[in-house]
Design a protein around this ligand. Sequence first.
Ligand code: ZN
Ligand code: FE
Length: 255
Amino acid sequence: MPLTVELIPCLTDNYAYLLHDPADGLCAVVDPSEAAPVKRALEARGLKLTHILNTHHHFDHTGGNIPLKQEFGAVVVGPEKDRERIPALDIGVDESAPWQFGSHMARILEIPAHTRAHIAFVFEGESIAFTGDTLFAMGCGRLFEGTPEMMWSSLSKLMALPDETRVYCGHEYTQSNGRFALTVEPNNSELQARMREVDTRRSQSAPTIPCTMELEKKTNPFLRPDSPEIRRTLGMDDADNVTVFAELRRRKDNF
Ligand code: ZN
Ligand code: FE
């Protein structure tokens, strides 16, 4: 059976995701910021939570861990390298082995820099990636615990995923990310078209998630430090990709 993914808006602009395969009888939530909206989503569908998956330790991704574990006895799965900072972690995972969710296998990618132990869960069989606060639609996370080199290498790992991969990220930041993207690559016609669609969706309060890896590679400036237009805008024609990436991140921090 295919894995269904459902968005659960949390806090101001976070998304948690409900993963469910009726054949396995398993139900997971990815990055529960808080328990209440997750419980409402479970009740509306008559589901019992069996697993909690965390991409990184920040409170807006783990705030629901303890109450949801207490209520459902759910097993908490997250980065082993951050065991001490993930509330109630049961199963620590890293890149050395996949994690099996019923009949579905999640490859773990270690993608540090937003936090030093940030991971992605990639369900290759269904072309789905949960990227937390590392890769956003048209953006990337802030470098709280890493260098531009580390973030560029983390994003490069994600860029190696197949084009059709659907990306589920941690926040609805797409519209403001897109506004920044247009300041550095104003003539990118695919970016312009995407932004029109994003503006329409947001004017209806509809989510812009998931996006695809293919569209990210064409429109996300943080995946495009080799774009001639971006380099021209930044006056960095001859710099290496990491240097261009670092300058993009610096400008976005001040945007
Ligand atoms: Zn975060
Ligand atoms: Fe976050």
